[in-house]
Ligand binder design. Structure first.
Ligand code: ZN
Ligand code: ZN
Length: 149
């Protein structure tokens, strides 16, 4: 059992089962939302209990991002829509003290990583083209604002 909370403490999270490894996403959307490269770990929907003032933002036609409406802490990303009722939670590790010991499992959009983000370890670093060939993604043209802003 892992317990987590947002910055202000109004949102609490209980995770009864999870994969104790981190993935890192360097895509533009994750970076804007999380403030920098986004780390996450995966938990099955049935293993997560979240309580408190949670807001959800539909960041694309197939995913939402949840945050505390009081303090703004980013909490998770999750697939939405048809067939996604049992979608896993991609939880942001910052809410969980236990995540401090999680190793990095892989990075995606690794070819877009900031120079400052050279994460250590011999894990797979998957480039944008390789990732987008196998997964749903939001094209640059559909993201608000101009590239590079
Ligand atoms: Zn909060
Ligand atoms: Zn991303």
């Amino acid at each position: 059992m892992m317990r987590g909370r947002c910055l202000c403490g109004a949102v609490t999270l209980e995770v009864r089962e999870a994969s104790p490894v981190l993935s890192v996403c360097h895509c533009d959307m994750c970076r804007r939302w999380a403030g920098q490269a986004m780390m996450m770990f995966v938990a099955p929907a049935a293993a997560v209990t979240a309580t408190g003032p949670i807001r959800r933002y539909a960041s694309s036609s197939f995913a939402e991002r949840a945050f505390c409406e009081i303090c703004g802490s980013a909490l998770w990303m999750r697939d939405t829509g048809e067939g996604a009722e049992d979608a896993v939670f991609e939880l942001l590790p910052g809410a969980f003290g236990a995540a401090a010991d999680f190793p990095i499992d892989h990075e995606i959009y690794a070819d877009r990583a900031w120079k400052a983000h050279g994460f250590a370890g011999d894990h797979p670093r998957i480039a944008r083209a390789e990732y987008e060939a196998a997964h749903r993604f939001v094209p640059d043209s559909a993201i608000a604002g101009a590239a590079g802003e």
